[in-house]
Design a protein around this ligand. Structure first.
Ligand code: ADP
Length: 303
């Protein structure tokens, strides 16, 4: 099986001791690729598609992706570099500052031939609301057309709506963008609080109805510790109560790991219900670890 996740991975500067910052790399769609890599056996390929620069930090990023077992599927733009964010802690609360306005990933759809080649012959293609938000309105259309073509050629397309209002031009464009993304997806993975914010949904059934009407065949509406509402063409309506966790250490990547758990299980033949159970079990472990990526879960270590 050939899996591809597409979007933006950024340099992360996280506070370390003595006023120093530790450099890492992170991004929602990359996190999903990272978890998918660990859930699928070596017989499967998991690639990450994006655009980076040709400078030293871009080289480090490509090396990082590869070192994590994820196949880099990267275009290089020598005129740009990668985006960066810095985490700062004030009174125990983390705040984020971003420098991504000119990042190379914003040119993801600028070379349609490269994009078509990237999407060709993939079994599963995953992208998110952030992948769309960083593109210009024209580039969004180009990107979604390329996805629609890949879907028509047999790829299963998955969309994690991942709402980031600050990345979109305005609320109306954001809502249109999410509809556009969902209209080219088989599986849509929204979060209910974000759907309430964006579309004014009063119940997860409203969310399911919208994405079903846009052509999705599977919708899983997450809601933090609350019930996951499911609908699929194959199995109809269902609900799943995620396991409760003793203490949430860091909820970063809950949705990203849920997506990986769900999509990998489905791709390997699990029912929607079993895939949800596996996804929720993984997310429950992830949120009991600090940071987006939790290698300990897969090392039989401190889980
Ligand atoms: P997102 O990060 O995309 O907003 P959610 O916060 O809804 O997604 O979380 C995704 C999944 O992670 C949930 O469906 C659930 O399985 C799990 N999860 C998140 N928060 C909790 C929590 N506090 N307790 C138990 N499970 C949780």
């Amino acid at each position: 099986m050939k899996v591809l996740s597409i979007g933006e991975i950024m340099v992360e500067m996280a506070p370390a001791d003595w006023g120093l910052f530790r450099m890492g790399f992170a991004g929602d769609t990359f996190n999903t690729a990272w978890y998918a890599r660990r859930l699928l056996g070596d017989a499967h390929d998991v690639a990450y598609g994006s655009v980076i620069g040709t400078d030293a930090v871009s080289e480090d990023m490509a090396g990082f992706i590869e070192a994590q077992g994820v196949t880099p599927a990267l275009r290089r733009d020598p005129t740009r570099t990668v985006g960066l964010y810095m985490i700062q802690t004030q009174n125990g609360e983390r705040s984020f500052s971003y420098w991504r306005g000119q990042s190379a990933a914003k040119t993801l759809a600028d070379d349609p031939d490269w994009l078509d080649a990237l999407l060709k012959d993939r079994d599963l293609i995953h992208f998110s609301g952030i992948t769309l938000a960083i593109l210009s309105p024209d580039a969004r259309q180009t990107f979604c057309k390329a996805l629609a073509k890949a879907r028509a050629n047999g790829a299963h397309v998955s969309f994690d709506t991942n709402l980031r209002p600050r990345l979109w031009e305005d609320a109306t464009t954001m809502a249109e963008g999410l509809r556009l993304g969902a209209s080219v997806a088989d599986t849509v993975l929204p979060s209910f609080d974000e759907e309430q914010l964006c579309f004014g949904d009063s119940h997860p059934d409203d969310t399911i109805r919208r994405y079903r009407d846009l052509g999705a065949t599977t919708v899983a509406v997450k809601n933090g510790s609350e019930m996951v509402h499911l609908w699929s063409q194959a199995e109809g309506d269902d609900r799943y109560d995620p396991p409760s966790v003793p203490q949430v250490i860091d909820s970063t990547a809950a949705g990203d790991s849920f997506a990986a758990g769900f999509l990998c299980a489905r791709a390997l033949g699990a029912s929607v219900r079993d895939a949800t159970e596996q996804a929720a079990a993984l997310a429950a472990q992830v949120i009991q670890h600090k940071g987006a990526l939790a290698p300990a879960i897969f090392e039989g270590g401190n889980t």
